[in-house]
Design a protein around this ligand. Structure first.
Ligand code: PLI
Length: 458
């Protein structure tokens, strides 16, 4: 078998991309306030900003778009989506939402009361924002290893059961509405959680009557890592692993824009009838009827088809191979990246890349801007800017991980594109000592990384 498996698909439609000059890119990034989120996509050559909603849908999914039953209520596409989620994920109830954060909003609003604590295996930006908006304090209970970028150990996304137990002892189980367990952990580098850990978290929570709600956003990628690396799963199909994973949860939020292979969509799942009732009361306020939740019928049909395609073993092993192809090239060249390479991206370790820039001078933000200037490749800061400020003290949160994410959209780019990305990073690394920091000149109050603006320090 080849180390980097060839694409298990062929290309049927082509989207042209344009190349710009370095001089043009210097102007574009300046105009965008050194924030890659504020670039126009027409100014980008290879777009590794995110794997969210950037998937190439299959011919079958495009065919599904013609099967949209755009009824206001009870569309046939909702029935298909419901059947599919029940079959592949195993939950009893599903509430569609326009995307993942729509589901997070519903879950946080229904379950959290002010003064509660929500423990999780590292934060995600929108997830924590919804928890905090509803009056909860987030507690990071991921294993310590996850905060060490260079440490190459499996299942770095695992929950530290001692940290979970300590929180239960400290605040009492009645102030923990649920544990938010993410599979995989985006901001740790796309690191997976082992099946054993999921089982153990469920067991501990059951003792105290605490719910376990998954952030299932990249759950299929997580299932692949279990198949590859956890004892006893080598011969189990990803599809079956996924179902077992979900059996240790009481429900999940899902951003369909990642592992469900669609450009828009999400859902909230649960087994509890009462919780479902509450979700249906709230979804009509924020999203729409419980049978469409902010989605067109065609989008639900495409998502149902995407869920089926996502558990195809050839698809998912190629996806991970693409990430490793890029990661291995960088590792060979000595460029510091988060180890092991995760499921959706390669993360440059900006602390090690630019040790001469202090965290308050936003090394990862500047590294993403410089990579764009160098090559037209768009990436994203995942460090101090993404981490925001402490909701009580107003100080910057200072994550140990100061990263730039090179996120690989699903079924979009070829290995040749990834060669371009690798070469650009390697070139930049050679000139890293010339790179200086940034100052923030505009800071929005919530989720600042999306629209904050910066100027280079002289
Ligand atoms: O972008 P949404 O609203 O569909 O999903 C929110 C969301 C929830 N959990 C996790 C782990 C995510 O990664 C996530 C969205 N991620 C984005 C947009 C990303 O670029 O990683």
């Amino acid at each position: 078998m080849k180390k980097y498996q060839a694409e298990p698909y062929k290309i049927k439609a082509v989207e042209t991309i344009t190349m710009t000059t370095q001089k043009e890119r210097e102007e574009y990034i300046k105009k965008a306030g050194y924030n890659t989120f504020l670039l126009e996509s027409s100014q980008v050559y290879i777009d590794l900003l995110t794997d969210s909603g950037t998937t190439a849908m299959s011919d079958k999914q495009w065919a599904c778009m013609m099967l949209g039953d755009e009824a206001y209520a009870g569309s046939i596409n909702f029935m298909h989506l419901q059947e599919t989620v029940r079959e592949y994920y195993g939950f009893k109830h599903i509430v569609p939402t326009h995307q993942g954060r729509g589901a997070e909003n519903l879950l946080s609003s229904i379950c959290i009361k002010p003064g509660d604590y929500v423990p999780g295996n590292m934060y995600f930006t929108t997830t924590r924002a919804h928890q905090e908006l509803n009056g909860a304090t987030f507690r990071d209970i991921i294993i310590d290893e996850a905060h060490n970028a260079q440490l190459d150990v499996p299942f770095k996304g695992n929950i530290d059961l001692k940290k979970l137990q300590a929180l239960i002892d400290e605040v009492g189980p009645e102030r923990i509405p649920y544990v938010c367990l993410a599979v995989t952990v985006n901001l740790a580098g796309g690191q997976p959680v082992s099946m054993a850990n999921m089982r153990a978290v469920k067991e501990l929570c059951s003792k105290y009557g605490i719910k376990v709600m998954y952030d299932a956003t990249r759950c299929v990628e997580n299932a692949f890592f279990i198949q590859e690396q956890e004892e006893g799963y080598a011969n189990t199909p990803v599809r079956a692993i996924l179902k077992e994973m979900m059996s240790y949860a009481d429900g999940c939020t899902m951003s369909g824009k990642k592992d469900c292979l669609v450009n828009i969509g999400g859902f909230l799942c649960m087994n509890d009838d009462e919780l479902y009732q509450k979700a249906t009361e709230l979804v009509v306020l924020y999203e729409g009827m419980p049978s469409y939740g902010g989605l067109a019928g065609r989008d639900m049909e495409a998502m149902a088809q995407g869920i089926k395609e996502s558990v195809n073993d050839a698809y998912i092993s190629h996806r991970i191979a693409q990430c490793r192809y890029l990661g291995d090239k960088l590792i060979e060249a000595g460029v510091p990246v988060v180890r092991p390479i995760g499921g959706h991206a390669v993360f440059l370790d900006a602390r090690a890349f630019l040790p001469h820039i202090a965290q308050e001078e936003f090394p990862a933000q500047m590294l993403a801007a410089q990579l764009y200037i160098e090559s037209g490749v768009r990436s994203m800061e995942r460090g101090i800017i993404s981490s925001g400020r402490n909701k009580d003290t107003g100080e910057h949160n200072r994550p140990k991980l100061e990263l730039v994410r090179l996120t690989i959209p699903r079924r979009v780019y070829t290995y040749a594109h990834l060669d371009v990305v690798a070469e650009a990073c390697i070139e930049l690394y050679k000139h890293r000592n010339n790179i200086k920091g940034l100052k923030m000149v505009y800071e929005p109050k919530v989720l600042r990384f999306f629209t904050a603006r910066f100027e280079p320090l002289s």
